[in-house]
Design a protein around this ligand. Structure first.
Ligand code: BEZ
Length: 397
């Protein structure tokens, strides 16, 4: 300014140049950010008993991205894929490869709770955004919860709690449980036992075998001898196909009802055929849910992948929907992590299962349905528990 308080011409020119330069920089910055692809690491099982689950999650995830114009917050996407083989021992190396070698911005995975526990530790240690599209390990959204870790699926005890209540309400008195011996099965059975016994029943025997073994015969013989009112079993994928067929072949289906979390009959009905007919399960999804979102999702999925979707496809789809909510809120600028997290925490996800929000610990709060196998469908016959939220498990978020 000169003595008259006016800005001299030379000063105005300099100021104008400064503003132009700042605008150019900001413009260049935006352009650069938008030209860089967002790297997504998919760490899922593509071989072994959970292979079909990993494929369905991948398909569901990519379908939601495709419906979002193939981009996230205006940015192109690059996928990095690792087959985790459902092997917890390989999980730290696999997760580190994606984070350190491939430098992914976001990790998506996985199916197996033991793998997810190791994976979430690596994500916490590196502060990498992680979305879990299946594995239900209760601890991950309990004492191990973290601002950068989200789940689009469930926690393991949720379906056991629902089925325990349903069986107690049906006045069943005795139950035998059978599961693969690891976090998912233990927690599923734990939820069943807690609710069944609270309702007046008694779990008379807890049977288990190592994951992913499928030699069920000795356990079926023991169940036949114990003659409980009901059997609650946790198996999924290829193992669920074989178990349900073996249970029927042993002649048990008609004498001792078999129930379980929906994984027992989800994505498996083609292979299980007659052996699964009439089985009752509890899950946060059912094939025939007559919701506009579910109808549209099922049609789009079948058209894109030439196969009907299952619960795993829904969870993959919702993992992407959650990520879209976070990344769109910051227009693709992932350096605004706190804003990404806030948008994901407060998102209302229009899921094929029905709309849901996340709990404080980043786990879905959703309805749990009672389903009955009818032909090739898991038909919803009732809502077993409305808006189920996990009990507080020491999450400090
Ligand atoms: C789990 O390991 O958490 C899991 C695996 C398959 C189906 C459901 C849960």
């Amino acid at each position: 300014m000169d003595a008259t308080g006016r800005i001299p011409r030379s000063g105005m020119r300099a100021a104008a140049l400064g503003v132009a330069a700042a605008c150019a920089l900001a413009w260049t910055g935006t352009t650069l950010a938008q030209q860089t692809k967002i790297k997504i690491g998919l760490m899922l099982p593509y071989t072994g008993t959970y292979a079909a689950l990993g494929t369905a999650i991948t398909n569901g995830f990519k379908l939601a991205i495709q419906e979002n114009g193939g981009k996230l917050g205006g940015r192109e996407i690059e996928y990095f894929t690792v087959d985790d083989e459902s092997d917890p021992a390989k999980a730290p190396d696999n997760a580190n490869k994606l984070i350190k070698r491939d430098q992914v911005d976001v990790l998506v995975g996985t199916v197996h709770s033991g793998v997810a526990l190791a994976m979430s530790k690596v994500a916490r240690d590196n502060n990498t955004l992680l979305i879990i599209p299946n594995a239900g390990a209760d601890e991950i959204t309990g004492p191990l919860c973290a601002a950068n870790v989200f789940r689009s699926s469930f926690s393991n005890s949720q379906f056991g709690i629902a089925m325990g209540k349903v069986m107690a309400d049906q006045t069943k008195k005795t139950a035998v449980t059978l599961t693969w011996k690891y976090a998912a099965g233990d927690e599923s059975v734990g939820g069943f036992k807690e609710a069944f016994e609270a309702g007046g029943g008694k779990v008379v025997k807890e049977l288990s075998l190592p994951f992913p073994q499928v030699e069920f015969q000795p356990y079926l013989t023991e169940i036949a001898a114990l003659k409980p009112d009901v059997v609650y079993a946790f198996f999924a994928g290829g193992g669920a196909v074989k178990f349900v067929k073996d249970y029927a072949a042993a002649g048990l289906t008609k004498t001792i009802p078999l129930v379980g979390p929906g994984f027992l009959t989800d994505g498996t009905l083609d292979a299980q055929g007659e052996s699964a007919q009439g089985l009752l399960t509890t899950l946060h999804y059912g094939d025939g849910l007559n919701l506009p979102k579910n109808n549209a999702f099922r049609a789009a999925y079948a058209k894109t992948f030439s196969t009907p979707p299952d619960v795993y496809a829904v969870q993959g789809y919702d993992a992407a929907q959650l990520l879209i909510a976070g990344v769109n809120a910051v227009k693709g600028d992932l350096s605004k992590r706190a804003d990404v997290v806030k948008a994901m925490e407060t998102a209302k996800i229009e899921s094929p299962r029905g709309a849901f929000a996340l709990s404080k610990s980043h786990n879905p709060i959703h309805d749990i349905y009672l389903r009955k196998v009818d032909g090739k469908e898991n038909k919803v016959i009732a809502v077993a528990i409305k808006n189920l939220n996990d009990p507080p498990r020491g999450c400090k978020l």
